[in-house]
Design a binder for this molecule. Structure first.
Ligand SMILES: NC(=O)c1ccc[n+]([C@@H]2O[C@H](COP(=O)([O-])OP(=O)(O)OC[C@H]3O[C@@H](n4cnc5c(N)ncnc54)[C@H](OP(=O)(O)O)[C@@H]3O)[C@@H](O)[C@H]2O)c1
Length: 284
């Protein structure tokens, strides 16, 4: 708990842990989530799509006040009536009175953004939602969404970010850092691949695999720091200002391990070696 570093949510003054708990395909029951919260990872990310809101609700029921719950409306539910219905469903599944962060899971160019953002703001006005966020939005989509809001800021954008997937470094991450938008890095372990599980993860052709020399550098940095590969991978993510990583684990032990990614920092030279080993793809 004492070791968990905090990151401001947007410019709200609300401080969140730099390690949160993801719940896509989550099936670990209440204990891993409760242990994570105990260790200071009190941000839980779920979504209408994941069908894990009820499990999250069950896990946090006795400790609701200690937890910051982020959920999402499907990108195919962005008409006003659909947003309102989805939020009611999420509140019911979670068993809570208010959603702390309500995110649009992905944009839908076929629905006027004004209609969607109006519905989200209606939820804020009715005190059913505290803060509005987006996910998988580009800079121009974020700008259009912000312009469609009357009085609420977009406080976060949840996007793919890990050592292998660094596209956001070209423009989205600097934009968010400059404009006070928190980045929630999803799939921060590349689906376990970067944690050394031998899982495939999201791969580009010709990249990855157990013989990838970049993984040897990751293992070397882990050995030097006395941390695990998962911890180094997550620490690399959160070393970037305004970034929160939200790994998912069904296991209490791995949740403890992931929480141990906070409270210390990779050195500048370790960051550089990792950056070089996992070179960012060229700008498009
Ligand atoms: N907004 C979006 O479009 C979007 C998309 C994808 C994900 N997300 C969010 O981001 C969260 C995390 O992403 P993700 O679930 O795709 O992938 P991830 O967190 O990168 O990886 C999860 C995988 O890694 C394993 N794992 C976790 N900790 C580990 C450790 N310390 N050592 C070894 N293996 C470990 C997990 O297995 P065990 O469970 O067996 O430990 C699981 O198989 C999701 O749960 C979801 O909340 C959002």
């Amino acid at each position: 708990m004492a070791n968990m570093e905090l990151v401001e949510l947007g410019r709200t003054g609300v401080m969140l842990p730099e390690i949160g708990l993801g719940t896509w395909k989550y099936g670990g029951g209440p204990e891993p989530l409760r242990r994570g919260i105990q260790l200071g990872a009190f941000l839980i990310d779920t979504a209408e799509m994941y069908r894990t809101e009820d499990a999250v609700g069950h896990a946090v029921r006795p400790i609701r006040e200690q937890v910051f719950i982020a959920t999402k409306v499907l990108g195919s539910h962005l008409r006003r009536s659909q947003v309102l219905r989805a939020a009611e469903g999420s509140l019911r599944q979670l068993g809570v009175d208010v959603i702390d962060l309500y995110q649009i899971h992905w944009p839908d160019p076929n629905v006027p953004i004004k209609e969607t953002m109006g519905a989200l703001e209606e939820l804020v006005d009715r005190k059913l939602v505290r803060y509005i966020g987006v996910s998988n939005f580009s800079i121009s989509e974020m700008q259009a969404a912000q312009a469609a809001l009357r009085h609420s800021p977009i406080v976060s954008n949840q996007v793919l970010y890990n050592l292998r997937w660094r596209e956001i470094e070209h423009d989205l991450l600097p934009y968010c850092q400059q404009h006070g938008v928190t980045v929630l890095a999803y799939t921060p372990l590349n689906d376990g691949e970067l944690a050394g599980t031998g899982q495939r993860g999201r791969r580009r052709p010709g990249q990855g695999g157990p013989k990838d020399p970049a993984l040897a550098v990751l293992a070397q940095v882990a050995a030097e720091t006395g941390k695990t590969q998962a911890q180094v991978t997550l620490n690399w993510c959160t070393a970037h200002p305004r970034v929160i990583a939200i790994p998912k684990s069904d296991s209490v032990a791995r949740t403890e391990e992931n929480c141990g990614a906070s409270g210390w920092r990779l050195t500048a030279s370790q960051m550089q070696r990792l950056n070089e080993a996992f070179a960012a793809p060229a700008a498009p």
